[in-house]
Each structure stands twice: as structure tokens, then as C-alpha cells.
Ligand binder design. Structure first.
Ligand code: HPA
Ligand code: ZN
Length: 360
């Protein structure tokens, strides 16, 4: 079996799924989402609602004015607005409402499993207790499972523009809630903040049995992907699209089936690629990499998971049914779940694609 076709079922004739059926198939197929910052799902309408509820002043007079400010030139220009938007989150109910709104949208997109990033330091810096953050998000995860059938988990991210000592203090503060999150990640401003800056806190998280992921190779160089692997010992790379600049690294990532949680609309909004037709997702798949599509910060970047998938496939004629299957399967392969759960999702995915094959 070639690595480019890892896990492809031989009984599905992908050539008999026509391109015009792809948008509906992408929408209806079961999906995992592994790269979603829950604070990035905060829609302008909810920002204004929470601002009013909590008496927080916003720098923008209206929903329309806020949305109009979503014209980003790079990661930092986005992060400045994203952290300002999160300033309305103060109470447990605010964190619950934000995550519940995401889960309802995810259910509409047929997301069956979601691993949510959250940024506790964005909130503790404003005097919000970390328990308030985690309890609110955890309750939303529980309700998503009970009412929407979505399996959901939390990944605590450290802000890489802050110090490692602050990350260590954050991990310590989160330990009473250890059973409410499955892993740690690394996000925020990438350039100038290499993964190795967080070697000790990731070693500590590893010793605690937490899963490890890190943003690397979004704006930062391929060397950051390497140090995320070598120093932090991560199990997934978030973004990672710049790996293609280093062929030896690509071979290493493919051989290890190291997942890359790619976010196409995000990459265009933050000017990593000029437009979707320039995105390197087809090349990542051709290289045999375990890439999948995610929404990153859907309220800011123009769409949730299905929007990312449908727009990306519309813009890239190299992507057909085979690649659609591979991307969705990779999402399940890369998720932090027990093997029996993953196998059940593979079977659901196979059924969705088998049902789209035209007879004759
Ligand atoms: N990159 C880095 N940090 C982030 C992002 C991102 O795309 N979204 C939210 N925090
Ligand atoms: Zn991200």
C-alpha cells in the first residue's frame, strides 16, 4: 500500500463519485475537528450580547463595525482583535454559551468528534479564575455529548508570546481540573517564539500523561516543526503547511504519519497563501502526509468546517472524492480516542462514500 493512500478502502470506487456530488458528500459525511480555538468561534453577535450582559465596553460601536475590522494582514493582526473579542468572557455561563454555540454549528456540519483548544491565560490575565473557564467549557462538552451525540474533549493551550514560567504556572493552576482536559497545545504569535522555549512545561505535561500538540510551520519556519517533534515530542502539528519547504522533513512526517491539522480559510485570511487556489493541501496529500481540514477560528475566518471543505474543494480541481475520503479519514486517525471508537467512525465514513458511488 502506498503511503499516499493510507487506509483507503479497496471496495469504494472513488472514480465513480462525480465532482458535482462532492459538496453534498463533504457536508453530510461524519467528521472530526481537531483544530478549533473555542475563543475563535465567538461570533460578533455573541460578543455584543456578552458585552452587554457583563457591562464590558467594546472598541467597536456595532456588530457590523466589528466584522468590518476582520481584515487581517498576518497572524498578529488577527490575534490583536481575537484577544479583544475574548475580553467579554467573564463568567462560567459565558464560556458555556460560547462552546454550546460552537457545538450546535458543529452538529449542523455533521462533526461527530471535536477536540477544542482553549487559551486560559487570555482569561486569567483579566482576573478570571481558570476553574470558571474549564467548568463552563466542560459543561458544554457534556451537553454536546448528551444532546448532540458529539464526542468532545478539551486541549489547554499555552500562549507562546508569554514566558515558559507563566505556562508552568498555568499548568499547575489547571491541575485540579486535570480530568477535564486531554492535552496541551501551543498557540499565539509564532515568529520569535520557537517550540523549544516550552521544553520544560511540555515535559511536565508529558509526565502527567497529557497529549501534546503545538502550532508550528504556520508562519514560522520548518525548523519549528522539527523542534516541536524533537524537543516537545508532540503527537500532532497544528498547521505545519510550511513543511513542504524541507523535503527531508516531509519524508519524516510522512513516515511517522504525523498529523498536520491544516486550516485553509485561516491560511488565506492570515495571508499564508494568497488564495485558496494557491493552497498546498493537494501537495501535502500527494506527499503522503496525514493532513486534514479544520476551521481554526471560524467566527473570524469566514466559515466552519463544512465551509472550509466545500470552498477548498471548489478552488482546487486536483481534489476529488479520493482526497475527500482521505482527509476525513485522517481526521479520525489523528484524533485522541480509543481504537474502537475510531473504527466505528471509519465504518460510518465508508458507508457515506459508498452511498455516493453512482450505479452502472
Ligand atoms: N495561530 C496561532 N495562534 C492562534 C491561532 C492561529 O491560527 N488562532 C488562535 N490562536
Ligand atoms: Zn490555530
Amino acid at each position: 500500500m502506498s503511503s499516499a493512500g493510507a487506509g483507503m478502502p479497496s471496495m469504494i470506487d472513488f472514480d465513480r463519485i462525480s465532482r458535482d456530488r462532492l459538496p453534498a458528500l463533504l457536508r453530510s459525511a461524519p467528521k472530526a475537528e481537531l483544530h478549533i480555538h473555542i475563543e475563535g468561534s465567538l461570533e460578533p453577535e455573541l460578543i455584543f450580547q456578552l458585552a452587554q450582559r457583563n457591562g464590558v465596553a467594546l472598541a467597536y460601536p456595532s456588530v457590523e463595525a466589528l466584522r468590518a475590522a476582520y481584515a487581517f494582514t498576518d497572524l498578529q493582526s488577527f490575534l490583536d482583535i481575537y484577544y479583544a473579542g475574548a475580553s467579554v468572557l467573564l463568567k462560567e455561563a459565558d464560556f458555556f454559551d460560547m462552546a454550546w454555540a460552537y457545538f450546535q454549528r458543529a452538529a449542523a456540519d455533521n462533526v461527530v468528534h471535536a477536540e477544542l483548544f482553549f487559551d486560559p491565560q487570555t482569561h486569567t490575565a483579566r482576573g478570571v479564575d481558570i476553574g470558571t473557564v474549564i467548568r463552563g467549557l466542560h459543561h458544554a462538552c457534556q451537553r454536546a455529548h448528551a444532546e448532540l451525540g458529539i464526542s468532545a474533549a478539551l486541549i489547554l493551550c499555552f500562549l507562546r508570546h508569554l514566558s515558559e514560567d507563566e505556562a508552568l504556572a498555568t499548568l499547575d493552576a489547571a491541575l485540579p481540573y486535570r480530568h477535564h482536559f486531554i492535552g496541551v497545545g501551543l498557540d499565539s504569535s509564532e515568529r520569535g517564539h520557537p517550540p523549544e522555549k516550552f521544553a520544560r512545561v511540555f515535559a511536565k505535561a508529558r509526565a502527567l500523561g497529557l497529549h501534546l500538540v503545538a502550532h508550528a510551520g504556520e508562519e514560522g519556519p520548518p525548523a519549528y516543526i522539527e523542534s516541536a517533534l524533537d524537543v516537545l515530542q508532540v503527537e500532532r502539528i497544528d498547521h505545519g503547511v510550511r513543511c513542504l519547504e524541507d523535503p527531508a522533513l516531509v519524508r519524516r512526517l510522512a513516515a511517522a504519519r504525523m498529523p498536520l491539522t491544516v486550516c485553509p480559510l485561516s491560511n488565506v485570511k492570515l495571508c499564508v497563501f494568497q488564495d485558496l487556489s494557491q493552497h498546498n493541501l493537494p501537495a501535502l496529500l500527494d506527499a503522503g502526509l496525514c493532513a486534514m481540514v479544520n476551521s481554526d477560528d471560524p467566527a473570524y475566518f469566514g466559515g466552519y468546517l463544512n465551509q472550509n471543505l466545500v470552498e477548498t474543494f471548489a478552488a482546487l480541481p486536483q481534489l476529488g472524492a479520493r482526497q475527500a475520503y482521505q482527509l476525513l479519514r485522517n481526521g479520525f486517525e489523528a484524533s485522541f480516542v480509543a481504537a474502537d471508537k475510531r473504527e466505528a467512525w471509519y465504518r460510518m465514513l465508508d458507508a457515506a462514500f459508498a452511498g455516493a458511488v453512482t450505479a452502472g
